[in-house]
Design a protein around this ligand. Structure first.
Ligand SMILES: Cc1ncc(C[n+]2csc(CCOP(=O)(O)OP(=O)(O)O)c2C)c(N)n1
Length: 325
C-alpha cells in the first residue's frame, strides 16, 4: 500500500499511535531480553509485528469499554493503559505484578481498566466476551467489548457459541480475528476449511469485514465504524484483520516452518516503519519522533528497575486468592 500523507487531527492521532506502538515494541524487546537472560520462564508470546491491529482497534474505544485478549496479550494490555512497571513485575513473578505475580505473561488482567484478560485456552475467551456483552445490555449501558483472537481460535467450538449468542441477543461485541497466518506452526491453509474467517459471520447474521492491518490509522477508522454501530445498539460484528508476527509463536519456537524470504517480505511492511515514514513525509520533524522514542525508553527502563527491585511473593501467598470448592 502506498503511503498517504496525513494532516490535522489524523496527523496528531497517528503521532500518538506511533508512540503507543513503539511502547509495545520496546516493551516486548525488553521482555524477550529478560527471558533470554533467564530472568523469567514459562510461556511468553510476543506481539511484535502485529502492533497496528491492537493500537488501531483499541483507539476506537472509550476508556470504560471492555477488552478480552489471548495469551498474546502484552500489546493489548499496554494499549488499555495497564502500567508497564506492573506488567514487567508480573513477568518477573513479583508481588507488585498486575496480578501479584500469579498469572505471568498470559494472564494480565485489570478490573479497574476493564481489561478482562489474558487467556491461555485458545478460543475459550470468545464466549466470555459474549458474556461481557450480555452484562452490558443487562445493565443498560452503552459500553462495547472488543475480543481479540487468532485464526486458529476460529476453529474452536466456543468461537461459534460466542458468535451465535452475540448475534441472537444483539450484543455490543466486536470480534477481531488477528489473522497472522499461523497457529503455532500450522499455516492457515492446513486448518481453515474456508480461507476467509470473516465469512463465518454470515452464518450468524452479523456484519463482517476483512482488511490488512498494517496501517494503524486505517485500522482505527475501520474498527471505529463497527464500534460506533455496536454502541448505537446495532449489535456485534466479525472483523478479520490480516497481520504477521515477526517472532516465533512463543519464546521457545524458532519458527522453522516459514521461509526467511517470507519473513523479510513482511518485515518490509513493518507497521512502525510505515507510521514513521508517513509522519516524516507529512512534515513531522524527525526530532519529535526521536523525543517520543527516548520517552518510551526512559519509561521502560524505570519500569524494569521497579520490577527487578520488587520483592518476590512470600511462600504463604501460595494459599491466598486460591479458590477451593
Ligand atoms: C484449547 C487449546 N488447544 C490448544 C492450545 C495450544 N495452543 C496455544 S496457542 C495455539 C495456536 C493458536 O493460534 P491462533 O489462534 O491462530 O493465535 P496466534 O497464536 O497465532 O496469535 C495453540 C494450538 C491451547 N492453548 N488451548
Amino acid at each position: 500500500m502506498p503511503i498517504k500523507k496525513v494532516e490535522g487531527n489524523d496527523r496528531d492521532l497517528l503521532t500518538k499511535m506511533y508512540g503507543e506502538m513503539l511502547l509495545i515494541r520496546r516493551f516486548e524487546e525488553m521482555a524477550a531480553k529478560a527471558y533470554a537472560q533467564g530472568k523469567f520462564g514459562g510461556f511468553c508470546h510476543l506481539y511484535i509485528g502485529q502492533e497496528a491491529v491492537g493500537v488501531g482497534a483499541l483507539n476506537a474505544l472509550r476508556a470504560d469499554d471492555y477488552v478480552v485478549s489471548t495469551y498474546r496479550d502484552h500489546g493489548h494490555a499496554l494499549q488499555r493503559g495497564l502500567d508497564p512497571a506492573a506488567l514487567l513485575a508480573e513477568l518477573l513473578g513479583k508481588k507488585t505484578g498486575i496480578v501479584q505475580g500469579k498469572g505471568g505473561s498470559m494472564h494480565f488482567f485489570s478490573k479497574e481498566k476493564n481489561f478482562m484478560g489474558g487467556h491461555g485456552i485458545v478460543g475459550g475467551h470468545v464466549a466470555l466476551a459474549s458474556g461481557i456483552g450480555w452484562s452490558i445490555r443487562y445493565r443498560k449501558k452503552d459500553q462495547v467489548c472488543i475480543c481479540f483472537f487468532g485464526e486458529g481460535a476460529a476453529n474452536i467450538g466456543a468461537f461459534h457459541e460466542g458468535l451465535n449468542l452475540a448475534s441472537l441477543w444483539n450484543l455490543p461485541v466486536i470480534f477481531i480475528c488477528e489473522n497472522n497466518h499461523y497457529s503455532m506452526g500450522t499455516p492457515e491453509y492446513r486448518s481453515l476449511s474456508v480461507a476467509d474467517v470473516s465469512i463465518r459471520a454470515v452464518a450468524y447474521d452479523m456484519p463482517r469485514d476483512h482488511f490488512h492491518g498494517g496501517d494503524v490509522l486505517d485500522v482505527e477508522q475501520k474498527v471505529k465504524k463497527y464500534v460506533d454501530a455496536a454502541r448505537a445498539g446495532e449489535g456485534p460484528a466479525l472483523l478479520e484483520i490480516s497481520t504477521y508476527r515477526f517472532r516465533g509463536h512463543s519464546m521457545s519456537d524458532p519458527a522453522k516452518y516459514r521461509t526467511k524470504d517470507e519473513l523479510e517480505t513482511y518485515k518490509k511492511m513493518d507497521p512502525l516503519r510505515r507510521a514513521y515514514d508517513t509522519l516524516t513525509e507529512s512534515g513531522v520533524p524527525e526530532k519529535d519522533l526521536a523525543r517520543i522514542e527516548s520517552e518510551v525508553n526512559n519509561k521502560l527502563e524505570q519500569s524494569l528497575k521497579f520490577a527487578e527491585d520488587s520483592e518476590a511473593p512470600p511462600p504463604s501467598d501460595l494459599y491466598s486468592d486460591v479458590y477451593v470448592p
